[in-house]
Design a protein around this ligand. Structure first.
Ligand SMILES: NC(=O)c1ccc[n+]([C@@H]2O[C@H](COP(=O)([O-])OP(=O)(O)OC[C@H]3O[C@@H](n4cnc5c(N)ncnc54)[C@H](OP(=O)(O)O)[C@@H]3O)[C@@H](O)[C@H]2O)c1
Length: 247
């Protein structure tokens, strides 16, 4: 039977590449992001790549009350969602003491509350239907350690990591799979201005790796696995002066 996926943050970067990957794999797709006109144009390309049905939903995840209705709409329109990917995210770089309260608020509302509310809405649909489902959260290598000038970003991703961990424990018996994918540097508009992007890979490569990991129903993995799997462990124990020099 044809499966259906909903992807938040599908108008750019990783979300856009994931949509192309699932289209090639023949899935029905619900695209969600604020830039609804861009999503509407993207539908035709996804159909030509092999998706039998694509819908586009204008969604601002900071407006958290609209998340569950959007997922319900996609579930009804596509004949049942099998997979929900909470991917929408923002990153702002600044150090503590610079008064960037609005940027802090945006990251917390999008990366943490928005992602958790997306996971919550997906689980509610899967529980009601009673035949399980799969929900994926996109965290980051920054969830392993608070990184300089990425303090709030790191905090939101560590928070999402914990929430996914708890959700996995709560619903393991109900056929609900919870996957966390922690990307290293993926070439997207989010980081193109960075002066250094060690081990960067293209979004299309990352999306293929992610879809394979999702298909294998892994609990948690870095993307790509190598070298980030090892670096994730190292990041947790390296002394601050060395970590500061590396990042
Ligand atoms: N690129 C990397 O190296 C990297 C590394 C680690 C983790 N990640 C994570 O991967 C995810 C995707 O990032 P990316 O690199 O693909 O970034 P991106 O190219 O900047 O795309 C971000 C996406 O999030 C959506 N978004 C932002 N704010 C939103 C809001 N309020 N409501 C709904 N959608 C919103 C954007 O869509 P609209 O603007 O149309 O709403 C866009 O589609 C993020 O969670 C990011 O933290 C990325």
């Amino acid at each position: 039977m044809t499966q259906a996926v909903l992807i938040t943050g599908a108008s750019s970067g990783i979300g856009e590449a994931l949509a192309r990957e699932y289209a090639r794999r023949g899935w029905k797709i619900a695209l969600a992001a604020r830039r609804a006109p861009a999503l509407a144009e993207f539908r035709a390309e996804l159909r030509s790549l092999g998706s039998p049905e694509v819908i586009a939903l204008g969604l601002d995840v900071r407006d958290s009350a609209t998340i569950a209705p959007a997922l319900e709409e996609a579930d009804a329109a596509l004949g049942g969602l099998d997979l929900v990917i909470a991917n929408a995210g923002v990153a702002h770089m600044f150090a503590a003491g610079t008064g960037q309260i609005e940027q802090m608020r945006e990251m917390i509302e999008v990366n943490l509350i928005g992602a958790c509310a997306t996971v919550d809405a997906a689980v509610a649909i899967f529980l009601r239907r009673g035949r399980g489902g799969h929900v994926v959260g996109i965290s980051s290598m920054a969830r392993y350690r608070g990184l300089a000038r990425l303090g709030i970003y790191s905090a939101t991703k560590a928070g999402l990591h914990r929430y996914l961990q708890a959700t996995r424990m709560e619903h393991a018996g109900a056929g609900i799979t919870v996957t966390e994918l922690a990307p290293g540097y993926i070439d997207t508009p989010m980081n193109r201005a960075n002066t250094s992007r060690p081990f960067v890979v293209g979004a299309d490569v990352a999306a293929r790796v992610m879809a394979d990991l999702i298909e294998r129903r892994v609990a948690c993995a870095t993307v790509p696995r190598w070298p980030w799997m090892v670096l994730g462990r190292l990041m947790q124990v390296l002394p601050v002066p060395i970590l500061r020099r590396l990042t």
